[in-house]
Design a protein around this ligand. Structure first.
Ligand SMILES: Cc1cc2nc3c(=O)[nH]c(=O)nc-3n(C[C@H](O)[C@H](O)[C@H](O)COP(=O)(O)O)c2cc1C
Length: 153
């Protein structure tokens, strides 16, 4: 049986939903919060290792950068690595995959697949929730499908 893990960070649930959707399709997949401090090296034997997180200020949240810097992946250098950054259609968020690819590369890890998934924005300190939230959520549920297929394949 394969062994998979998804590290997730989620302020309001979008990224957690994405992690759960992917985990449903991968057998034997645990979901671990990047809000917690990880202790020690990740044990060997993972087939795939994923990171799912929101976009902040067009990039990777600092919490994720710090988490990855401390995460010891040396036992799993040959695993399949993927990242999905959820974003709120606020900015083009161009950096959000480029950055995590670089953070992993600095640890000698290759990111095999990285994508942004447009979702509804939760940046409510900046503006009200958009009235199109329901339609946007329905579209995200469609847009995620080819990403899951790509990761599975
Ligand atoms: C502090 C903050 C900054 C954000 N910055 C961006 C941004 O630059 N571009 C964007 O498209 N969405 C931005 N968003 C929206 C979130 O990335 C988006 O809604 C995401 O799906 C939320 O995921 P979560 O529910 O897992 O936290 C921001 C949200 C917050 C709270």
């Amino acid at each position: 049986m394969s062994k998979n893990i998804i590290f997730v960070f989620s302020g309001t649930g979008n990224s957690l939903w994405v992690a759960k959707e992917i985990a449903k399709e991968l057998e034997n997949c645990e979901i671990v919060s990047m809000g917690l401090d990880w202790q020690g090296p990740l044990p060997a034997g993972y087939d795939s290792i994923g990171f799912v997180y929101p976009t902040y200020a067009s990039g990777v949240p600092k919490r994720i950068k710090d988490f990855i810097a401390k995460l010891d992946l040396q036992n799993n250098k040959e695993a399949y690595y993927f990242a999905i950054a959820t974003c709120g259609r606020v900015s083009k968020a161009q950096n959000v995959i480029t950055q995590i690819r670089r953070y992993l590369k600095q640890k000698g890890i290759h990111l095999h697949y990285g994508e942004r998934l447009d979702m509804f924005s939760n940046y409510v300190v900046g503006y009200e929730m958009r009235e199109t939230v329901l339609e946007e959520a329905q579209q995200s549920a469609i847009d995620i499908k080819p990403m899951i297929e790509a990761i599975k394949n």
